[in-house]
Design a protein around this ligand. Structure first.
Ligand code: ADP
Length: 346
């Protein structure tokens, strides 16, 4: 098993340049956060408070404006195989079977064919999908695809798993089943997990601690220790302890969500303009550029700077070039490209 590593953010601030020559926009303001080795930390906050930006920073997909991020005692300078990333979009390569998708990170790592096939099948079995190893993503349900994405991240035993609302697009039953699976995987592997969500129940069910963020600019408002034992209780979500934690987190979030709504009402017109200028709203909230296959459509600072850690600008082309599949017809979501970015650099 891989050794596991904690994550430290020290006074991390992230600003983005304003479009209209105004002052820079502060997405994250002076965040300090320690995630212990082997800890499962969930991060909740209102839409647009900077949760994904924080995860992108830890993933090494973008760099802080000031402050430092450490993995163990090493500063994060770009993406790497020490971090597995799972996004809301399934981020699978549509032309690869489930097994071949899971093998991808191992291929990049140079694991020989036979071993990587064995490892991929082992991990697919862990997520209950061995029978679907030869299926393509379009032949799988949403929940199955997300399990393949998780299996791909687990296959090469990353020290840290970074998950950005991985279950947000799934129906409630599938989501609850996958939350249970993830807890089991975490208990078995001891991987350090940073899990972003806007779901209060999800944050309490999964996290050993829940970090609550303020509305933008994102800061850590409070960190709540969750003590629910080994969570083996049937219908944990209905227990008095769970309900009390849910209430506590909601109490912390309530004002922040209200501030976010108020701000959106005030800047409504500007927000629409920014969308027309290339920012597409993600299903769960804030505007953010989307990458599509082979083309840069937004202004993620990876793209404006021309570099993303050690990655060149055009992740789409690079992903396809590496895989020898230029011009694939299905759009590949940002998640897939970022997963490639993360997977592709050792
Ligand atoms: P959350 O994940 O909490 O919904 P995000 O991290 O996606 O929030 O975004 C935080 C804020 O930063 C939002 O206002 C968003 O529009 C802005 N933002 C995110 N990425 C960029 C970018 N590349 N350029 C400019 N603004 C950005």
């Amino acid at each position: 098993m891989a050794s596991h590593t904690g994550i430290q953010l020290r006074d991390v601030t992230k600003t983005f340049p304003a479009r209209n020559g105004g002052p820079d926009f502060t997405a994250l303001d002076n965040i300090s956060l320690d995630i212990a080795q082997g800890e499962f930390l969930t991060l909740v906050g209102p839409s647009g408070c900077g949760k994904s930006t924080l995860l992108d920073l830890v993933a090494g997909l973008t760099t802080p404006t000031s402050g430092q991020i450490l993995l163990g005692d090493q500063p994060v300078t770009g993406p790497g195989l020490d971090r597995g990333v799972v996004f809301q979009q399934y981020a699978l390569f549509p032309w690869r079977t489930a097994q071949a998708n899971v093998e991808f990170g191992l291929e990049v790592k140079g694991v020989p064919r036979k071993q990587r096939a064995e490892r991929a099948r082992e991990v697919l079995a862990q997520v209950g999908l061995l029978a679907f190893a030869k299926h393509y993503p379009h032949e799988l349900s949403g929940g199955m695809r997300q399990r393949v994405a998780i299996a791909r991240s687990l296959a090469y035993e990353p020290e840290v798993l970074l998950m950005d609302e991985p279950y947000a697009a799934l129906d409630a039953q599938t989501r609850e089943a996958l939350q249970g699976d993830l807890l089991e995987i975490w208990k078995r592997t001891g991987t350090t997990i940073l899990f972003i969500t806007h779901g209060i129940d999800e944050s309490v069910f999964l996290g050993q601690r829940v970090a609550v963020m303020t509305s933008r600019p994102g800061r850590i408002k409070e960190i709540v220790q969750i003590d629910l034992g080994d969570r083996a209780v049937e219908d944990l979500r209905s227990t008095p302890d769970f309900i009390a934690y849910r209430r506590q987190i909601w109490g912390l979030l309530h004002d922040e969500v209200r501030k976010t709504f108020e701000a959106q009402e005030v800047v409504g017109v500007g927000y629409r303009n920014s969308r027309q200028a290339g920012f597409r709203r993600r299903s769960r909230g804030a505007g953010r550029p989307q990458a599509s296959s082979g083309a840069s459509t937004g202004e993620h600072d990876c793209q404006t700077s021309g570099r993303c850690g050690d990655l060149p600008l055009d992740l789409g082309s690079r992903a396809e070039a590496r895989l020898g599949r230029p011009g694939v017809s299905q759009p590949v979501e940002r998640g897939a490209l970022s997963a490639v970015a993360t997977d592709a650099v050792g």
